[in-house]
Design a binder for this molecule. Structure first.
Ligand SMILES: C[S@@+](CC[C@H](N)C(=O)[O-])C[C@H]1O[C@@H](n2cnc3c(N)ncnc32)[C@H](O)[C@@H]1O
Length: 190
């Protein structure tokens, strides 16, 4: 086995700096990259995304959701399958005129909200996504499903978007860290 041992402090400092530089270069792509982008990269097409099989939710248990494994998910970012069904039912039940969703991702939640609006025969869904590649993929889904007339899709941050009119239903589903601020902003109480 071969060990490289620094002989003097300056050499040790140089090696340490080199080591830090190496870690900074190697770690970000694997650890820091937003998980949604990794999922997105592995999807070849909209159809590929739709054909994925649900698996049990593996998010850690919380007081609000003590048994996440009872629900199922397509991936760690998309709204859980059971919640997707609930979103459509919510819209057909409360009859909102204006629905706002933050965090479009692949558009699964948007689609179910828009299906509810279409079933009602009135209203619209404004969905906001700040990642251009993810936004573009979601547009493909909306077009493929013929739902564009019910959806206004925006490429911008939920923290900067301006919504005209009264929001009847807000589905706050962007990054967890943004949600309190976006709810305050969109509810007009910041
Ligand atoms: C949990 S996923 C959304 C899942 C989606 N609503 C669904 O039903 O499957 C979060 C998404 O929010 C986006 N996002 C995070 N922060 C955002 C912000 N401040 N404004 C807009 N989009 C944001 C991310 O790029 C990601 O696509």
């Amino acid at each position: 086995m071969l060990f490289a041992v620094p002989r003097c402090p300056a050499e040790r400092g140089g090696l340490a700096a080199g080591g830090i530089a190496l870690v900074l270069a190697l770690v970000p792509p694997f650890v820091k990259k937003y998980e949604g982008l990794r999922i997105f990269k592995h999807l070849r097409s909209v159809c590929g995304a739709r054909s994925r099989l649900p698996q049990p939710e593996y998010a850690p248990a919380t007081p609000e959701c003590p048994q996440p494994e009872l629900r199922s998910m397509l991936d760690s970012q998309t709204t859980e399958v059971e919640v997707l069904g609930f979103l459509k039912t919510l819209v057909t039940t409360i009859k909102p005129r204006l629905v706002v969703e933050t965090g479009t991702f692949l558009g699964h939640g948007t689609v179910r909200l828009a299906e509810g609006v279409r079933a009602n025969g009135f209203g619209r869904v404004v969905t906001v996504e700040f990642d251009p590649a993810i936004y573009a993929r979601a547009q493909e889904r909306f077009q493929a499903l013929g739902l564009e007339q019910w959806i206004e899709s925006r490429l911008e941050s939920s923290l900067e978007t301006t919504i005209e009119g009264t929001i009847d239903l807000l589905y706050s589903d962007s990054h967890l860290a943004n949600r309190e601020e976006e709810i305050r902003t969109l509810a007009g109480c910041s």
